[in-house]
Design a protein around this ligand. Structure first.
Ligand code: SAH
Length: 237
């Protein structure tokens, strides 16, 4: 099946579980260790995949999806650590843009995050898909904000000022994860619309590992609820 569809990428089982339980499954394609779930979700043809944690897996799966399905858009779903002090666990960040916080060629005169010898630093999100996401509402008083998501191959925790002040300072990030910017970069190169929807699982601080494990199974569904609204909106267009 190669007609235009929406591809959804999550890093972990908990992040795609609800998509799979609501999907009308059409076919599961196994390639290497990955499972591509071809399905219909709220009337929209989708492919849902777990890519695994980190930027390399995320990029590998994004390019495979684009080559195989020529999707109308790619959505990255999952959880992230909060950098902005106004975000609480369970709130959702709809990526306005994203960058690699571990891309650092400052010694060569490039700004942190700037990919040397390219125009890439901040990858902007598709406006139409952002608008659909921002129009959603969540139960439990959780808010949905438009923000900057930083990504790196690092679970960010510990003392902010001592170890990662540059994420909020120099890079003005609102949330931090390990996949978004990698998928965004692949989508930018392929001119494929992209949006990342990330529920806050922790505060990227000294308690991050405890909060992450406690809240992941509960709050990953907030991203799902927003993407459900987006898909329903798309199917009605
Ligand atoms: N499940 C693994 C760890 C996953 S790493 C384990 O327990 O061993 C964390 C995942 O959640 C990544 O996919 C990342 O995108 C996201 N994430 C949540 N909080 C994060 C943080 N503080 N820093 C970086 N990534 C975070």
């Amino acid at each position: 099946m190669t007609r235009a569809r929406i591809c959804v990428i999550g890093a972990m089982d908990e992040e795609i579980a609800e998509f799979l339980s609501h999907a009308k499954m059409l076919n599961i394609v196994e390639r290497r260790s990955f499972r591509f779930h071809e399905a219909s979700l709220f009337g929209v043809p989708v492919v849902v995949v777990k890519c695994g944690v980190g930027k390399v897996f995320a990029a590998l799966i994004a390019q495979t999806l684009i080559d195989t399905y020529q999707p109308a858009a790619v959505i990255s779903t999952g959880v992230a650590g909060a950098l902005s002090k106004s975000l609480r666990i369970g709130d959702v960040v709809v990526g306005r843009d994203s960058a690699h916080h571990d891309m650092d060629a400052r010694a060569l005169g490039f700004m942190r995050g700037h990919i040397p010898y390219t125009d890439f630093r901040f990858f902007t999100t598709d406006e139409k898909f952002s608008e659909l996401a921002l129009a959603a509402r969540l139960d439990g008083g959780h808010k949905i904000v438009h923000g900057r998501i930083l990504s790196g191959d690092q679970f960010v925790s510990g003392d902010r000022e001592a170890t990662h002040g540059h994420l909020t300072g120099e890079l003005s990030g609102d949330a931090v994860d390990m996949e978004t910017a990698a998928i965004a970069q692949v989508c930018a190169v392929n001119e494929t619309p992209f949006v990342s929807i990330r529920t806050i699982s922790d505060h990227a601080d000294g308690s991050a590992h405890i909060d992450f494990n406690t809240f992941l199974p509960v709050i990953a569904s907030n991203s799902f609820h927003i993407i459900r609204k987006m898909l329903v909106g798309i199917s009605e267009q």
